[in-house]
Design a protein. Sequence first.
Lengths: 416, 299
Amino acid sequence: MKVDLLRFITAGSVDDGKSTLIGRLLFDTKNILADQMEAIEKASKTRNAGEIDLALLTDGLRSEREQGITIDVAYKYFQTPKRKFISIDAPGHIQYTRNMVTGASNADLAIILVDARHGVSEQTRRHSLIASMLGIPHVAVAINKMDLVGNSEDTFLKIASDYQELAKKLNIKDLTIIPVSALNGDNIVTRSENMTWYTGPTLLSVLENVNVLKDYNAEDGRFSVQYVIRPQTDALHDYRGYAGRVQSGTFKKGDSIKVLPSEQESKIAKIELGGNEVEQASVLESVTILLENDIDISRGDTIVSANSSPIVSQDIDALVCWMDDKKALKSGSKYVLQHGTARTRCSVRSIEYQVDISTYEHQEDVDQLTLNAVAKIVLRTAQPIAYDPYQSNRMTGAAILIDETSNITVGACMIE
Amino acid sequence: MNFDYLDQLEAEAIYIMREVAGQFERPALLFSGGKDSITLVRLAQKAFAPGKIPFPLVHVDTGHNFSEAINYRDQLAEETGSKLIVRYVEDTIKAKGLKEPTGKNASRNWLQTFTLLDTIEEFEFDACIGGARRDEEKARAKERIFSFRDEFGQWDPKRQRPELWNLFNGRIHKGENVRVFPISNWTELDVWNYLKREGIDLPSIYFAHQRELILRDGRLLNNTPVIEKDPADQIVTRQVRFRTVGDMTCTAAVESSAATIEEVIAEITISRISERGETRIDDQQTEAAMEDRKKGGYF
């Protein structure tokens, strides 16, 4: 049987029991090793945490352990016979929105934790908006701490209905709502005996069964050229291979292609993987494409299927999450835009509106964006870029803004 | 489509290798002779085939390495046609007048940092590819794939660049560099399964063999003159293999009868002790040992 990979992010805060939930998943799937367990027991004792604190499994840096919180994005790896998992753990507080956006950018699924005692909160709304904005295809809402509300079905149904109402305002393709207790392990890996009224899947079962590769855009052939392979040896004198990763769709030998932004056309002569010829290459595969005729292609160019063109433009509308804690984004500011393997300078034409990520309200007349702000902006790039709208193609609709002097990544853009 | 997790991990690592070649002027691959860096070399070969790997292999030799690993290194460099650069901790100790650590658990492991930073300066490397994995240790679990280092080689966990999608930002100023970890998302088991799938031979010390060892505090260390003996040490002969192949002074052996790659995989699959916890003495000193070493410029 084919074992594949799922990346998921868990959104929630310490108070919601997020780290406990991840600890529980690892523990109940027998992914905690003896020495790790021993280290946690030792740490739990020194901090007088009482029982063994599964949350300690995910707290990495010393400053995080001292404050008992997760500051940065942390990754955990575990597996079951069905699948391998990369757990992305990002902090949930509003001041760490950029970290959650970062973690969410690569996630196939989001677990959104809701405290059963408090129901859908401002934080739930915020996390759900980020999941939707970043185009995460699957959302599992875990209504946690069910044990503290007497495992009440009514409470669960009320919160589930509130959430469904909220989800209508968002773009969530696949939604599952599950009553759980991370502390007791109810409906995480094993079905709860305390909530026999619940007949849906456990959290692990959702994680194991969502179809990941189906989420990628399979229609539009896109390939961003990373590097040109030219061995220039006697035997391979004329070899010219374009190295890159298929961002969406499928490429086959003989396919007609177009190179953007130059609009040159050609056909695929050969596709290679590690020096061996392969029939075709699909989304996520790193291959080398050889073309029938010699045309001028370099890093930053995009090879696309001739029958489906992306948008090629210098004027871009995008949702941006601002990540710089030192300098604000202003109308007129200039940055380096990195999109695929292309980099070009750009300037901010205007800030259309800022989004309140808790109420979803739009605020106009905003003159600058500070750390963690989410806004719709209009950019003008120095060179045209070839893109698809983010919500139809996460690979070719994403871009980052880089500060020209500090070189720091300052913005995450989802192109509209 | 038959694209499984190993294909996914391989495709991601090849993508990262190519980003390095595309974004930097003078990259290098840090090679130790261990299984993780052997995996890196294979990935680099695949990334640039049929061309050669477009960067040199760099080894910081503590002088306390297993001869099997050193021989393997030289042979691999020859087979792949890669340029091999070796720099010695011994030379750094002499040139800088550093004090060689002494005592029971003395190790040159920390001194490697000086040699590495000097080597980066000497060749003006702007990117160094390494085989670190996030599943190895808590501080590594939080490190980026493109990990920015300032002009002193320091890692600042609080000033890491956000790393979004697969858009790696390798823009730096002169004198700064980036450490790049293409197999960040691999586990120990993934590495072994990949080596098996690719049919890659490993240095013999990775497989069960009889060896004379020092038994110290429940751990088995290679019996070599570079480890200062303690009265409490016992010399024993056991059937062992090494799970990690680092400097002899801080790498312990595990008792094992696994003589083939399949047997090693079977043994790891049922093992209940994590890789670094079992064999790395350097991480166990304090809870933040790795975090502190990385801040100082360690790999």
